[in-house]
Design a protein around this ligand. Structure first.
Ligand SMILES: [Fe+2]
Ligand SMILES: [Fe+2]
Length: 248
């Protein structure tokens, strides 16, 4: 029995949308087949796989349905968090999704899921991604202040959702936490954030996040241990479609 995580499958069985990298970068070639093969050869029915957002390019449930069916058919217990591209998933209607896919898929939003003596908590998260103005060496000189102010509002909303998730687990007596975000916990200007502080305040042992694609973005945020919390990037192209083991 093990806990695994990966993010950013960006499936498109039911839609014509694709990111440019999916058409041009080798790592994305046949990625659905590579990932399914890994799952079928590695996961047992007792394992748990957390999929950390950007599951589908579908613009609505009808377009996302074949992608969710692909995920449903993978071995093990599947838990999903929201990504910025998951248009099929209205955060306010998560309970309805959990009813619709009961026993098949678990949607993590304003709730938590147990794993051994841990609570798996999480939300989409958010982080300011610019635009930034940098010099030729990449040193940031300035950024879009209006966008930054807008981002702060979205961060506040996501922090409330994350707190709801932690508090639901705490109310049920959980003391050990693994925290999942789709967005990285910090932006490229930050060394800490309200998300890293929340992880520390609740004593989360690990923070697992995705969203960062391509060589130039893999190091946008924290990797490794900081203030006793282990941070892991699990975007699918970074992991080359092999999920990390989060816990035994
Ligand atoms: Fe993504
Ligand atoms: Fe994303």
């Amino acid at each position: 029995m093990s806990l695994y995580a990966i993010g950013d499958l960006h499936l498109h069985f039911g839609s014509q949308l694709k990111a440019k990298a999916q058409l041009t970068d080798r790592v994305w070639r046949d990625h659905e087949r590579k990932f399914r093969r890994w799952c079928e050869s590695t996961l047992s029915p007792k394992d748990t796989l957390v999929l950390v957002g950007d599951h589908s390019w579908g613009r609505n449930m009808a377009e996302a349905a074949p992608d969710l069916e692909y995920i449903r058919a993978l071995p093990g217990r599947k838990i999903l968090t929201r990504g910025n591209h998951d248009m099929f998933w209205d955060a306010k209607k998560t309970a309805r999704l959990n009813e619709q896919f009961a026993g098949e898929l678990r949607f993590l939003q304003d709730n938590y899921y147990p794993y051994r003596d841990y609570a798996l908590v999480g939300t989409k998260g958010y982080t300011f991604e610019g635009p930034f103005r940098a010099d030729r060496r990449g040193k940031i000189l300035d950024w879009d202040r209006a966008e930054e102010a807008h981002a702060e509002k979205l961060v506040e909303r996501e922090l409330l959702r994350l707190r709801t998730s932690f508090e639901a687990a705490k109310a049920d007596g959980y003391k050990r936490f693994i925290m999942f975000l789709h967005y990285p916990p910090t932006n490229i200007m930050e060394r800490e954030s309200a998300f890293t502080r929340m992880a520390e305040d609740y004593g989360a042992e690990q923070v697992v996040y995705a969203h960062c694609h391509g060589e130039t973005r893999f190091h946008d945020s924290i990797m490794g241990t900081l203030h006793g919390v282990q941070y892991s990037l699990v975007s699918g192209d970074y992991l080359r479609w092999q999920p990390i083991k989060v816990l035994n």
